[in-house]
Design a binder for this molecule. Structure first.
Ligand code: GRF
Length: 197
């Protein structure tokens, strides 16, 4: 049974989708910690309501010292002895030192069809480019931002009149399908990409 730590920064809707799926008895993994860089993250309460241990390390007191923040983050994280880390709406960039420590067992969900649109404002960029479709990707986290091996993708149509908000909502629905499907497969050691219909 793989032990999964989930890192969030806000509402944690992706974390909830993963935690709920891991509650199924045939799932090869279970959540052991939900960890946030924001003590006020709504996802912490939602995780606690589902019985998942939580912790928060506020990144703000560390200022620009990313390494010091990550050292503090490692304390509750390593105490949970995770086999897999799932970044789920985690909005801090991690240093190569931290990433290397978990290389090959840290996943992230990104709201674009990578390699298109790494970074922020992905939906507005897709709209500005006149793309006919958009979507989300789950990838292994490597030192290069949003650039690790793709473990899954889901596509949605861009519709006439779409705004970044309406497109984001359509993509988020697919994120909640894709990430659980990828974690189920990844937790068995199978790294073939999941391509949702
Ligand atoms: C989602 O768009 C996700 O792709 C991105 O953060 C947004 C919020 O995620 N990483 P969540 O609701 O906090 O899981």
């Amino acid at each position: 049974m793989k032990r999964v730590a989930l890192l969030i920064s806000g509402g944690g809707s992706n974390m909830l989708a993963l935690v709920r799926d891991m509650a199924e008895e045939d799932h090869p993994a279970r959540p052991v910690l939900v960890l946030s860089n924001d003590p006020a993250a709504a996802g912490l309460t939602r995780a606690a309501d589902l019985g998942v241990p939580t912790a928060a390390v506020d990144h703000r007191p560390f200022g620009r010292d990313r390494a010091a923040f990550e050292t503090a983050l490692l304390e509750p994280l390593l105490a949970a002895k995770p086999d897999i880390l799932c970044l789920a709406g985690f909005m801090r960039i991690l240093t190569p030192g931290f990433v290397t420590r978990f290389e090959g067992r840290m996943l992230n969900i990104h709201p674009s069809l990578l390699p298109k649109y790494p970074g922020l404002h992905t939906h507005q960029r897709a709209l500005d480019a006149g793309d006919a479709e958009a979507g989300c990707s789950v990838h292994e986290v490597t030192a290069d931002l949003d650039a690790g091996p793709i473990l899954g993708q889901a596509r949605v149509p861009v519709l006439p009149g779409d705004t970044a908000e309406t497109l984001a909502a359509r993509v988020l629905t697919q994120e909640h399908r894709l990430y659980p499907a990828v974690l189920r497969r990844f937790a068995t050691g199978d790294r073939r990409p999941v391509l949702l219909p």
